[in-house]
Ligand binder design. Structure first.
Ligand code: SF4
Length: 613
């Protein structure tokens, strides 16, 4: 092995490990991150396996830029079959752990099997150790990071689950660097099902680059692009100064801020939970991920009272789901809830949405088990109590820990529950959009904003609520995001990444001469690979529709109107047809029988050496 791009396989059932090189030809075909991970997912995970059973696997993967001086190349991906949705799932997280994954000499780590008792895995250069985690089991994620030295020892970094993952709550996250989360589809529950509490990476290996001079020029040109966009990326730019909570303002004005469990598109209290509220009331200092010039994160502190806490956050999605859907109008309370979710290791988007559903289902008397539970709008202490019931699977909390799709089926909540494929919506009501609404529908794991991020473009279009001409631009964004998640860099720099620049990145990294057209084909194939996985699991066109409410209930806006904020089902159908055709899928949404496979010489499913390290 040349040791540059090593795939490490750890079997928790028998305690064996082996590793092999990922050939350059494979990386040229799949790049890394999403591209490589989705290929591995198709090859490694048997069809229709139990997501919480021994046969599901967790695939950690870096990108070819990870650990280099390329700004924001500080993220790792986790790919797995979701226990929440039963679909393909991918989660990405920043912080610093991805750099340590590569410093440990590895590019991807596959965890398979199941340990008979709680374990932690230490991955170092030339050495992997599986050790007992009995003493860590039950500790929250912040405590676990402290015990493992992740906050005191700069030579190592930790990924961990909290009590929610241990209890296999289906919205459990994986946390790293304390406040960074890889989540949405329950990767923490998959780790918990394997009795895997934490992975520690350490090492000093630096990624080798063939074209050092060209790479240096590339980084210089990227930094220049940031300087050319000071309003976005400058010291006083929007990311550093305000971060994602700045979205609270435009989302309310546009009428897509999901409020009181999707009964309105704005909150009466939005000015008490926006970026200005954070900066003026609780900001301690600005913080950022490894090798990022923007420091878009906010370390905040509530120094006393029932909401006493210190965390990095809250980000827009957390504010939208607790401040909007649960109508909590106190930024300090949202910070406290955010801290609880991070400590326990649950996804704030799904958790906020499930609390909003509980509030509205109780008001409408739709779930008998909620009768004696105190949960209502703008009542943060009640929400905190309900979250604890979910994390500990106490009473009706156990059913809510299984997600909105489960609750809809059990209690016949079709007229209320908001989800696609079982996943709760990100922080934008789809009724305010058209192309982005389609993106919510066709995203492989359900309505995440991150597969296309098309809302960021569509919100400014004069024809925002028109269906015409939306499919191709949305596909363009989906393909671009597939590449960003494969190189893996932060999506916040998407504004300076265009196709020619991404082709240049590819050619420098892989010593190649790819055209933009061929790069687009690689990206489109990645999207089809995720579809292939889902189709194999039984997902079809029927699963790409949004909930009935978005076609039947107009969404009231701040100015008293709302008629344009409703989707027309027939027009949505036409967008779906156009989307499938453009992707080369059948009218039922079936992708080609088998996406192009890597050749035998690049088969990564068989061990090569270094077994039983
Ligand atoms: S822009 Fe923010 S989220 Fe992205 S890498 Fe930088 S600090 Fe991390």
């Amino acid at each position: 092995m040349n040791g540059e791009h090593v795939l490490l396989r750890i079997n928790l059932s028998d305690g064996t490990c082996n590793s092999k090189d990922i050939p350059l030809s494979t990386l040229r075909e799949y790049i890394g991150g999403k591209g490589l991970g989705s290929r591995l997912l198709l090859d490694e995970i048997p069809p229709r396996c139990d997501p919480l059973g021994e046969k599901n696997k967790i695939i950690f993967v870096a990108g070819p830029l990870t650990g280099t001086s390329f700004p924001t190349a500080n993220r790792y991906g986790i790919l797995y079959k979701s226990p929440l949705t039963g679909t393909y799932a991918e989660s990405y997280s920043g912080g610093g752990v991805a750099q340590k994954l590569r410093a440990s000499g590895h590019f991807s780590v596959i965890i398979e099997g199941k340990a008979s008792e709680p374990v932690q895995v230490h991955v170092r250069e030339h050495d992997v150790k599986i050790k007992s985690a009995e003493a860590l089991w039950g500790k929250d994620t912040l405590e676990t990071c402290d015990v493992l030295g992740a906050t005191t020892n700069r030579d190592l970094d930790v990924l961990t689950i909290g009590p929610a993952g241990e209890n296999q709550v289906l919205i459990a996250n994986v946390q790293n660097n304390k406040f960074h989360s890889a989540g949405r589809c329950g990767p923490g529950a998959v780790m918990g099902s394997k009795n895997l509490k934490a992975i520690i990476f350490s090492g000093n290996k630096r990624p080798a680059l063939n074209k050092k001079a060209q790479f240096k020029t590339l980084v210089r040109d990227v930094l220049q692009r940031f300087r050319d966009n000071p309003l976005v990326y400058g010291r006083e730019g929007v990311y550093r100064k305000l971060g994602t909570p700045v979205i609270v303002d435009w989302a309310n004005k546009l009428g897509c801020f999901p409020t009181r469990y999707y009964t309105r598109g704005y909150s009466d209290g939005w000015e008490s939970i926006n970026a200005d509220a954070i900066v003026s009331q609780i900001l301690k200092r600005r913080v950022g991920c490894w090798n990022c010039p923007f420091t878009c994160g906010k370390l905040v502190e509530v120094s006393q009272g029932p909401f006493k806490c210190e965390i990095e956050g809250p980000e827009y999605e957390t504010i939208a789901n607790f401040g909007g859907l649960c109508d909590i109008r106190d930024i300090r309370a949202i910070a406290k809830i955010n801290e609880y979710c991070d400590r326990m290791g649950i996804d704030t988007i799904s958790a906020g949405s499930l609390c909003g559903l509980a509030i509205e289902a109780k008001r409408r008397e739709l779930i008998p088990g909620l009768k004696d539970i105190e949960i209502s709008y703008n009542a943060p202490l009640e929400v905190l109590n309900f979250l604890e019931m979910m994390v500990k699977k106490k009473g009706i909390g156990e059913e809510f820990s299984m997600g909105t799709g489960f609750l809809e089926r059990k209690y016949k909540l079709k007229g209320l529950a908001m989800h696609v494929k079982g996943l709760e919506f990100a922080g934008y009501d789809p009724r305010a959009f058209r192309g982005f609404a389609l993106s919510y529908g066709v995203a492989p794991e359900g309505p995440t904003h991150l597969r296309s991020v098309y809302h960021g473009i569509e919100k400014d279009l004069p024809n925002r609520t028109s269906y015409e001409g939306k499919v191709q631009p949305m596909i363009e964004q989906e393909d671009k995001m597939a590449l960003i998640d494969s190189f893996i860099v932060c999506k916040f720099i998407r504004g300076i990444l265009d196709w020619p620049l991404m082709a240049r990145m590819y050619n420098i990294i892989f010593d190649a001469s790819i055209t933009v057209e061929s790069l687009r084909a690689i990206a489109a194939r990645m999207v089809t690979a995720s579809r292939q996985f889902n189709y194999r699991e039984g997902f079809t066109r029927d699963d790409d529709y949004l909930p009935e409410r978005v076609y039947t209930e107009p969404l009231p806006r701040m100015d008293g109107t709302g008629d344009s904020h409703r989707l027309d089902k027939e027009s949505y159908e036409k967008m779906l047809d156009e989307y499938y055709e453009a992707r080369g899928w059948s009218s039922d949404g079936a992708p080609p029988a088998e996406p192009p496979r890597i050749g035998k010489q690049t088969d990564l499913t068989q061990p090569q050496g270094d077994s039983n390290r």
